[in-house]
Write a protein that binds this ligand. Structure first.
Ligand SMILES: [Zn+2]
Length: 504
């Protein structure tokens, strides 16, 4: 099968991507597609730097360009200016080398050693990979940067920068040295939507909040019940945070706070809510001990809370199920149970969007995991903001809340916000370039992490924009690259480069 699809690839390459008699941007586009097909042959999961570093340094040597790399696997190559344009502003074209490696169960592949098998659909003008992810995120970004940098267009100095390990926490962009970002203009070619320019992205702060606890026996007059919350939509804690999705953490804290308001004491035996700090919690399960005489009241509260949330969130399919439990599991003390709910409520209070500017989300927070087991209680949070100072003040507030409840604050990871400006010159030039292909270009502020967050923190006043060809289903075996969307993106970048070369 592998050979068969390789044949399709080779034939299509010959028929579709030859460049006789074409415009300069069509030639660059053909070159970029051929370059991308070459890149699909190279293994490039995260942390596997060598094959791509070899490929890129051979490319630089073949063109007699200076190049360098660092110990983190970042690679950069300097393309000298066209004669007469040496004093024009330098531009950095940047993309990431690693890809998310997914494969179908019936197609075993060693991503550390094996290349992919691209499949070109000539009718629909797309490329996918045979039973694996394609790595167009961000292989096509590298391919476009190489094709543009080696084209015949007049340009000032160009640096192509290819960062490592983006998919596992923006590691390369975080660690690249400030000296490598020695330009006032940087185009990040890692966008996935045609005709869109991203001008801002959010930084993040991931933290855990935990306490080692001792369980005790359940009082003999108590009855144990389990409560299962399910049916919620969930979603990405950045991209979907402003879509009015109900989180299981909100339901849990509302339930327990209603118990307290109705003077119903509870001891928590266990709790398991959410699954990932980056995702809005879709479900939670808890076992609690309550006084047997309060069972009916608890049932009533659950009914009321369910109906209130159902009318406030008609698109969610919320279910809260209650069942009797008969086991000899222990529980938290009454005080420790209330203490846990009090801390969880302080995070749940911030669940969702915290600050907006018009439609643009600036700051948000998500409590993605919350659990009580027989040795400790733990809550996991992921906060995001385009303004780094907002993350700092949230961190201080979290630490104070943790301390008040006797919990430990455990820092996970963070990145700065890229609070970009849509009115910069670079974006105006890219928009002008896109106008050759589209009537109106979308400018987006992305409430999720991009390498631009780190790169913008390395040089004061640097103008950065992110764009790319259309990719759908990235990070899955259905990942698809839409070939007709490459040339408009090439045109936009080429236009910006030419215009910058005309600057004094
Ligand atoms: Zn990417």
């Amino acid at each position: 099968m592998k050979k068969f699809f390789s044949l399709i690839m080779v034939t299509s390459t010959l028929f579709s991507f030859t460049s006789c008699g074409k415009s300069i941007t069509s030639k660059i586009t053909d070159n970029a597609i051929n370059q991308f097909l070459e890149i699909t042959k190279i293994p490039r999961p995260a942390y596997c730097h060598e094959p791509m570093l070899n490929y890129l340094s051979n490319f630089a040597k073949a063109h007699s360009f200076n190049y360098a790399s660092d110990t983190c696997g970042n690679f950069w190559m300097d393309v000298p200016a066209t004669k007469g344009y040496e004093t024009k502003p330098k531009i950095i074209l940047q993309a990431h080398t690693d890809m998310v490696c997914e494969h179908e169960k019936d197609y075993p592949i060693n991503f550390q050693k094996d290349g992919l098998t691209p499949v070109i659909d000539d009718k629909n003008h797309t490329i996918t990979a045979y039973k694996t992810s394609l790595g167009a995120d961000d292989g096509i970004g590298i391919a476009m940067a190489l094709a543009i940098a080696t084209s015949d267009i007049p340009h000032g100095p160009i640096r192509t920068l290819f960062t490592a390990d983006e998919e596992v926490g923006l590691i390369g962009a975080n660690s690249v040295s400030n000296e490598v970002i020695d330009s006032d203009y940087l185009i990040n070619i890692d966008g996935e939507n045609e005709n869109e320019i991203v001008y801002s992205s959010a930084g993040h702060l991931i933290a855990r909040h935990n306490k080692v606890i001792k369980m005790q026996s359940v009082p003999s007059t108590d009855k144990k019940i389990s409560i299962l919350i399910s049916g919620l939509m969930g979603g990405h804690s950045g991209i979907d945070i402003d879509k009015n999705r109900l989180s299981a953490v909100t339901v849990v804290t509302e339930l327990f706070n209603s118990f307290s308001e109705n003077k119903i004491d509870y001891e928590i035996c266990d709790m398991d809510g959410g699954g990932n700090v980056n995702a809005i919690a879709t479900s939670a399960k808890t076992t609690i001990a309550i006084d047997s005489s309060k069972y009916n009241a608890v049932e009533e509260i659950i009914k009321e809370v369910t109906s209130n949330f159902k009318s406030a969130y008609p698109n969610e399919d919320l279910k809260i199920e209650i069942a009797d439990i008969n086991n000899d599991a222990k529980c938290l003390s009454l005080d420790e149970s209330k203490n846990f709910i009090s801390l969880l409520s302080s995070f749940s209070f911030h669940q969702g969007v915290i600050k907006k500017d018009g439609d643009r989300v600036i700051t948000s927070s998500n409590t993605g995991t919350f659990m009580v087991n027989d040795s400790f209680c733990e809550i996991g949070t992921c906060s995001r903001s385009h303004v780094t100072a907002d993350l700092d003040s949230m961190e201080n507030e979290f630490k104070a809340n943790d301390e008040k409840c006797g919990y430990k604050y455990i820092y996970g990871s963070s990145s700065p916000g890229w609070d970009g400006d849509p009115n910069i010159k670079l974006i105006a030039l890219l928009k002008e370039g896109y106008s050759e292909s589209y009537t109106d270009t979308k400018l987006s502020s992305m409430h999720a992490g991009l390498e631009c967050s780190w790169l913008s923190s390395k040089r004061k006043g640097i103008q950065i924009a992110c764009l790319g060809a259309q990719i759908s289903d990235a990070h899955t075996t259905k990942e698809t690259l839409y070939l007709d969307t490459i040339e408009p993106c090439v045109k936009a970048i080429v236009h910006a480069i030419k215009k910058l070369a005309d600057l004094n």
